[in-house]
Design a protein around this ligand. Structure first.
Ligand code: DP6
Length: 352
C-alpha cells in the first residue's frame, strides 16, 4: 500500500560519537547495564562521525521494522525492545499527568539508522546509534527528562553521548540503577583548542563485541578488579586536568587508562587482543613525539578495536599530520579521519 506523507509522523536526528578517556569496562548488572566503575568521555563534533536515525509511526504500518545501514534487522533484540518500552512508558506517564492521550503509542514503528563511519569497528558506533535512537524516539513521542538513563539500556557508553563536551557517567551504588547517571564536567566550548584525529587502522567488525569481552573480563581477570580500586583517583585527576586545560596531564592519564583497558583484555582468559601491530606502532610513535618535547604533545586512546583516537592541541596539528604522513605515506586516503573538536549532541535535523 502506498502511504501519503500525511499518514506518517517522523523525526530524524543526528548524534555524535563519544570517546572514553577513562574507560567503562565491566558491568555489575547485565540487564540494567550498570557499570562496575565510573567513566569519563569527550563527545566529538558530529559532522565527521555521526549516527543518523529516522523514526516514523503510522496508523497504516503493519508491523514494527528496523533497518541499519540499509539492511533490515530483527526487532527481536532485548536491548532495542527495552529502550522502546521505556520511552513509551515515560510517554504514558505524561498522559496520566494530564496531557492528551497519545494515539501514536498504538501505531507501529519504523526505525532507519545509518552511520557515516564503519560500524562495530571500535569507533563507538553503538554509543552514537543508541543515543540517536533514544533522542529521536523522545522527540517523536514528546518525552522529556533524563533520557540518558534510557540510552544506557541500549548500550552503556551511549548514555554519555546524550551530553556535549566532557561527560562523566557516575556508576552509582543503588541496585535499581537510579543513581547511575551522567553529568557534564565542562561544555564543548570549554577547550576549543583540543583536537582529535582518528586513525582508521581497520574498518572490519571487531572479533569480540564489547559486551561479551567485558563480561569475560569480569569473570576471569584479576587485573580488572584491581583496576577498580584506582579508577576514582584517576577520574579526579582527569577532571582537574580538563578544567585547567592541562594537556600534559590530560594526555598522560588518557594514555595510561587506555593501556590499562588493553592490559585487562590481555589478562582476560582466553585473552582478548584488540590492538594490532599498527596500533602498537602508533603508540610508540606518540611516545617518541612526546619524548622530543618538554611536555606531551599527543595522546592516544583505543576502545575495543585497533583504531586510534589521537588527542592534541590545535597548534600542534600540522606537526602531527606531517609526522603521520611521513610514517604512513601509502596509507588509505581514509586512514586519517577529520579533525574533531569537542562537540555536542545537536541532534535535531528534521521533523514533520
Ligand atoms: C571500550 O557501551 O559498547 O568503548 O554496555 O555492553 O553495550 P555495552 O558496551 P559498550 O562498551 C564500551 C566499551 C569501551 C569503553 C567506553 O566507551 O567507555
Amino acid at each position: 500500500m502506498e502511504l501519503a506523507p500525511d499518514d506518517v509522523e517522523w523525526v530524524t536526528c543526528d548524534s555524535p560519537v563519544n570517546i572514553a578517556l577513562i574507560k567503562y569496562w565491566g558491568k555489575r548488572d547485565e540487564k540494567l547495564i550498570l557499570p562496575l566503575n565510573s567513566s569519563v568521555s569527550v563527545t566529538l563534533n558530529q559532522e565527521e562521525l555521526r549516527a543518523r536515525t529516522t523514526v516514523a509511526v503510522s496508523r497504516n504500518f503493519k508491523e514494527d521494522k528496523m533497518w541499519l545501514n540499509g539492511r533490515e534487522q530483527s526487532m527481536k533484540n532485548a536491548r532495542l525492545q527495552s529502550v522502546i518500552s521505556q520511552i513509551k512508558r515515560l510517554c504514558r506517564k505524561r498522559k496520566i499527568d494530564g496531557d492528551q492521550p497519545n494515539e501514536k503509542l498504538q501505531w507501529k514503528l519504523h526505525i532507519c539508522s545509518e552511520n557515516n563511519f564503519p560500524t562495530a569497528a571500535g569507533l563507538a558506533s553503538s554509543a552514537a546509534g543508541y543515543a540517536c535512537l533514544v533522542y529521536a524516539l523522545s522527540k517523536l513521542y514528546g518525552v522529556e527528562g533524563d533520557i540518558s538513563k534510557i540510552a544506557r539500556l541500549g548500550s552503556g557508553s551511549a548514555c554519555r553521548s546524550i551530553h556535549g563536551g566532557f561527560v562523566i557517567w557516575n556508576k552509582g551504588d543503588a541496585e535499581d540503577g537510579e543513581d547511575s547517571s551522567t553529568e557534564q564536567i565542562a561544555p564543548e566550548t570549554h577547550w576549543p583548542e583540543l583536537r582529535v584525529l582518528i586513525l582508521v587502522v581497520s574498518d572490519q567488525t571487531k572479533h569480540t563485541a564489547s559486551t561479551v569481552g567485558m563480561q569475560t573480563s569480569v569473570e576471569t581477570s584479576d587485573l580488572l578488579h584491581q583496576r577498580l580500586q584506582g579508577v576514582p583517583k584517576r577520574i579526579e585527576r582527569i577532571k582537574k586536568a580538563i578544567l585547567r586545560k592541562d594537556f600534559h596531564s590530560f594526555a598522560e592519564i588518557t594514555m595510561k587508562d587506555s593501556n590499562q583497558l588493553h592490559a585487562v583484555c590481555l589478562d582476560t582468559y582466553p585473552p582478548i587482543s584488540y590492538l594490532t601491530d599498527t596500533s602498537h606502532h602508533i603508540m610508540q610513535l606518540v611516545h617518541a613525539i612526546n619524548q622530543d618535547n618538554s611536555s606531551n604533545m599527543v595522546a592516544y586512546s583505543f576502545d575495543a578495536g585497533p583504531n586510534a583516537f589521537l588527542f592534541m592541541q590545535e597548534k600542534d596539528v600540522p606537526t602531527v599530520l606531517d609526522i603521520l604522513h611521513y610514517f604512513y605515506p601509502n596509507s588509505d586516503p581514509h586512514f586519517i579521519r577529520g579533525i574533531h573538536v569537542p562537540g555536542k549532541h545537536d541532534t535535531h535535523v528534521d521533523y514533520t
